[in-house]
Design a protein around this ligand. Structure first.
Ligand code: PLP
Length: 219
């Protein structure tokens, strides 16, 4: 199927309640424009420079989500335009986002990335670290960031029971934090291979790359 047809299919399947982030990392602007012309306005990238280059070339009504691990010294390049930083995985990064947001006279929306997968290699905060961060005095002083929810990546597996258990764990944490943080509204979980299960477990934002744009050569 074409990129346009894939966008239409996902829009229809997801409806109004689940936001589709079209993960366009490694793909050329011409591919992104096909998605744009099919009505897609939210794109996800995992490298700051690549996102910045695409942002400068493409229509300005696009919302750009940073979905990958970010080095602190790169935050300044995306601070003027990024719509949502989905993968905040340390207090030091959040502090830098606050600083750069302030310089740009903006409030930048962020999600905390929580480690839910089995593999150690994946970035993310533990549940304990996230609790501590949200309760810290420093956090209350970050006036130019708004933490609006959580993001997680499940283990790369076909084991449905395991996926469900990882996603539902994140959903429970999200519900828990929501009680004390009224700004919480986004639970970003689910990718091409597992978005259906993620939605069943309570996701309201899915990050879909290969099922829209086709396989990537590299990550
Ligand atoms: C690449 C990536 C995705 C999309 O993966 P697909 O399997 O191609 O849908 C989603 N989330 C993150 C954090 C990614 O890096």
């Amino acid at each position: 199927m074409s990129i346009q047809a894939n966008i239409h299919k996902f829009k229809e399947e997801l409806g109004e309640d689940v936001t589709l982030v079209a993960v366009s990392k490694t793909k050329p602007v011409s591919d992104l424009m096909q998605a744009y012309e099919a009505g897609q306005r939210v794109f996800g990238e995992n490298k700051v420079q690549e996102m910045e280059a695409k942002w400068s070339e493409m229509p300005k009504d696009i919302q750009w989500h940073m979905i990958g691990h970010v080095q602190r010294n790169k935050v300044k390049y995306m601070a003027p335009f990024v719509s949502l930083i989905e993968a905040v995985d340390s207090k030091r990064l959040l502090k830098e986002v606050n600083k750069q947001a302030k310089k740009n006279d903006r409030t930048i929306r962020c999600l905390l990335q929580i480690k839910i997968a089995e593999e150690d290699s994946k970035f993310g905060l533990s549940t304990e670290d996230a609790k501590e961060l949200l309760a810290s005095d420093a956090f209350k002083e970050y006036k130019n960031v708004s933490v609006v929810g959580l993001m997680g990546m499940a283990t790369f597996t076909d084991n449905e029971a395991q996926l469900r258990s990882e996603f539902s764990k994140l959903k429970r944490l999200f519900d828990d934090f929501s009680k004390t943080h009224p700004a919480f509204e986004i639970l970003s979980m689910g990718m091409s291979g597992d978005y259906k299960i993620a939605i069943e477990e309570g996701s309201n934002m899915v990050r879909v790359g290969s099922a829209i744009f086709g396989e990537r050569d590299t990550h």
